[in-house]
Design a protein around this ligand. Structure first.
Ligand code: NAD
Ligand code: DAU
Length: 348
């Protein structure tokens, strides 16, 4: 039985992971430490709240006393660190919170593990959830990122994640802390905050608002369903080699404009209207320093851990569109005043 500290468990991937873990490992203890920033929403886990094996703690990963207390009180032996500021556009508008949480927060967790864990306990694991954005941008014909691609982060967000990855690596080499790092591509699925491309487009289309495409719409991302990411993290916790990094991705590259057209196609099918939703597509000013292409070679995950994505993109996108159609109350509530202010600043 594991005692897992999940940080950022009330956000998009974290809440999907907590739900996934409690279903697939029902006897484990799960402690969710989340600061409930604009992106964290306790409603994401409302069916889990009553479970005796689950505890929610409202607090920051930057709070060293709180984190140390949790390690001791809950006998934490596994950390899965999702907590982060995660949106590239917000990091361009204001990088400071990204440094605080993504760099200092990860450092605080690493220190708690170093001080709290007995070196002889071989079952402890610190899994740091990172991103493919640390590798920078690919040209059209470049091979996909692998675990050995050199770091070249281009946004304050990716630079802060790269910094945290380096700290995690250093704690393995210097102190022998049993760390694992995953670098994953773009996730999609239920409970994603509507600032990110796919939910933003679904919700804007439902409300008859413009669908903003940055630049020429030809930037490429490699999309993975969030449940496949959660299974990948599980595989790395169970069988990953301590000190190693693992690239997780969908082998599923799409230009932004094609994704938006695909979402529109599903919406037209599910909610036919007078005109096709793609009429709302509008090209807008490009993101500063916008990375052109990301792609992951997930060969190591397949070879060494037997992991592969299960969702096809067509199926995953259709289910995601259906989820947003069926959960209007959820997305209406998460778009509070603070989000409206951000939207105004970003798209005006
Ligand atoms: P998210 O923004 O939806 O959720 C982040 C969560 O962290 C929120 O619940 C928030 O309240 C919490 N949080 C923020 N600061 C905190 C702090 N100081 N202390 C405790 N909790 C704090 O993010 P997400 O999309 O779910 O991403 C989760 C992780 O996965 C991040 O580390 C991100 O870098 C990484 N990642 C995301 C993607 C993606 O496509 N979304 C892909 C690869 C990696
Ligand atoms: O690659 C992994 C990363 O994927 C994660 O580390 C990040 O946390 C996550 O936010 C995501 O980053 P992106 O910047 O790729 O995701 P986003 O949904 O913001 O944008 C996807 C693409 O769509 C990107 O090329 C920018 C473009 N875009 C985005 C928005 C919000 C638009 O064209 N219009 C928009 O309004």
């Amino acid at each position: 039985m594991k005692h897992i500290l999940v940080t950022g468990g009330s956000g998009f991937i974290g809440s999907n992971f907590v739900r996934y873990w409690m279903q697939s490992h029902p006897s484990d203890r799960v402690v969710n430490l989340d600061a409930l920033t604009y992106a964290g929403n306790p409603e994401n886990l409302k069916n889990i709240d009553d479970s005796p094996n689950y505890r929610f703690v409202h607090g920051s990963i930057c709070d060293a006393d709180l984190v140390a207390k949790l390690f001791e009180e809950e006998k934490i032996d596994t950390v899965v660190n999702f907590a982060a500021e995660s949106h590239v556009d917000r990091s361009i508008l204001g990088p400071e919170e990204f440094i605080k949480t993504n760099v200092n927060g990860t450092f605080t967790l690493l220190e708690a593990a170093r001080n709290g864990w007995d070196k002889d306990n071989t079952s402890c694991r610190f899994l740091h959830v990172s991103t493919d954005e640390v590798y920078g941008s690919l040209g059209a014909n470049d091979p996909a990122f692998t675990e050995t691609t050199p770091f070249a982060p281009n946004s304050p967000y990716s630079a802060s994640k790269a910094s945290s990855d380096h700290l995690v690596r250093a704690y393995f080499h210097t102190y022998g802390l049993p760390v694992l790092t995953t670098n994953c591509s773009n996730n999609y699925g239920p409970y994603q905050f509507p600032e990110k491309l796919i939910p933003l487009v679904i919700i804007n289309a439902l409300e008859g608002k413009l669908l903003p495409i940055y630049g020429d719409g030809k930037n490429i991302r490699d999309w993975l369903h969030v449940e496949d990411h959660c299974r990948g993290i599980d595989a790395v916790i169970q069988n990953g080699v301590v000190g190693e990094t693992y690239s997780i991705g969908g082998c599923n590259e799409w230009t932004n404009i094609d994704i938006v057209k695909l979402v529109c196609k599903h919406l037209d099918k599910l909610m036919p209207g007078d005109s096709p939703k793609s009429d709302l597509i509008t090209y807008v000013k490009d993101r500063l320093g916008h990375d052109r292409r990301y792609a992951i070679n997930a060969g190591k995950m397949k070879r060494e851990l037997g992991w592969e994505p299960r969702f096809t993109f067509e199926d995953g996108i259709e289910k995601t569109v259906q989820w947003y159609l069926g959960n209007q109350e959820w997305w209406e509530r998460v778009r509070d005043g603070a989000y409206r202010d951000y939207y105004q600043q970003q798209y005006s």
